[in-house]
Design a protein around this ligand. Structure first.
Ligand SMILES: [Zn+2]
Ligand SMILES: [Zn+2]
Length: 373
């Protein structure tokens, strides 16, 4: 057992407790990682607000990077000292979705890791005062160290700065993947992105890398629209200036080929569908609270041969896509720094989530081990 500092969440309405917890050594197929940086994401906020059910207590954080500090007997893909980016869908390799290459849909990962809050053997490695403490999506990166499944620790090149690449594991893989893998946006397509947080800005960058002819960024915060323009948006729509669908129609009267809803609110999903042109596809990337319904006009959908696509984790294949995204960052094709608005100590986890909720910040990084950077 190692004693580490971690951000423990006990239930909606209760303060996040940054405190000492016990971490057991990695099992045979598991890896221990010293966390260099952890991104603060809306999925953590959904947990804290009680939008999604989860077993508690739980250590938050599902995006991160770090250095491998220990490996289990059966681990072959990484060794001590390797730099890794953490993936929140560690795959089992055996279920029908893994075998079909759709590893972001791994059934075992959904049932055991996501729903159970444990690692693949059905038990957690974290405890608080002798009581089991659960993992969040097999990552729990708001901590000095984490024990994760081997398939959740993706080896990346060691010359990439460890802090910036933390966001590749969730926001960037999700946003770029939604464009490249889920929607397969071709060169010349017209694209709109609703919501310019970490995922939306990654959709903008994915659309630029795909060679989209027009990229319209939509948000309510002017500073986020400015960054979207820096990252490749060709036009911007300020949602406070009037109806978003009408503003998009004024810019692209024939309707858009692809609209990405990077918010996942009912209103934005409905806007994404309503703004499509003939043959267009609306892609739901942002995750809404559980149990909601959106509406659309099915006659228009049929007549105009439109599609509604769901994208989970950007349909990514972490071992293929995460090292590739890190390479694109190192060549300058992908801009990560412009998406990061703050680096904060682990003790500020709660304040960072409050700032994310206010809508005024982009990606914030928690830095549990400043010495690793
Ligand atoms: Zn996330
Ligand atoms: Zn699987």
């Amino acid at each position: 057992m190692t004693t580490i500092e971690a951000a423990v969440f006990r239930g909606a309405g209760q303060p996040i407790d940054v405190r000492s917890v016990e971490l057991a050594p990695p099992g045979r197929h598991e890896v221990e990682v010293a966390i260099a940086a952890a991104g603060v994401c809306h999925s953590d906020l959904h947990m804290v607000r009680g939008d999604w059910e989860h077993r508690t207590p739980v250590v938050l954080g599902h995006e991160g990077s770090g250095v491998v500090t220990a490996v289990g007997d059966a681990v072959t893909s990484v060794e001590v000292g390797d730099h890794v980016v953490l993936s929140w869908v560690p795959s089992c390799g055996e279920c029908r979705y893994c075998k079909a290459g759709r590893v972001a849909q791994c059934k075992t990962s959904q049932q055991v890791i996501a729903a159970g809050g444990t690692l693949f053997d059905g038990t957690p490695r974290i405890s608080v005062d002798g009581v089991d403490c659960f993992h969040y999506l097999g990552v729990s990166s708001y901590a000095e160290r984490a024990v994760v499944p081997e398939t959740g620790a993706i080896k990346v090149r060691s010359d990439a700065p460890l802090d910036a690449i933390a966001i590749v594991g969730c926001a960037v893989a999700t946003g770029v993947g939604a464009v490249r893998s889920t929607a397969q946006v071709p060169a010349g397509a017209t694209v709109a992105v609703i919501g310019c947080g970490g995922v939306g800005l990654s959709c903008v960058q994915g659309a630029r890398m795909a060679g989209a002819s027009r990229i319209v960024a939509v948000d309510l915060v002017p500073a986020k629209l400015d960054i979207a323009a820096q990252l490749g948006a060709t036009e911007i729509v300020d949602g406070r200036s009037g109806d978003v669908v009408q503003q998009l129609a004024a810019l692209v009267p024939e309707g858009l080929d692809f609209v990405f809803d990077a918010i996942g609110a009912i209103a934005t999903t409905e806007q994404a569908i309503a703004a499509l042109g003939i043959g267009g596809a609306a892609v739901v990337v942002g995750l809404p609270p559980a149990g909601q319904s959106a509406s659309f006009d099915p006659l228009s959908l049929a007549e105009s041969e439109q599609r509604i696509l769901g994208s989970n984790y950007g349909s990514c294949v972490p071992h293929r896509d995460i090292p590739d995204l890190v390479d694109r960052f190192m060549t300058g094709e992908l801009d990560l720094e412009s998406m990061i608005s703050a680096r904060r100590p682990l003790s500020e986890a709660s304040a960072a989530l409050d700032d994310l909720a206010s809508g005024s910040v982009l990606r914030q990084l928690l830095v549990p081990n400043p010495g690793l950077l």
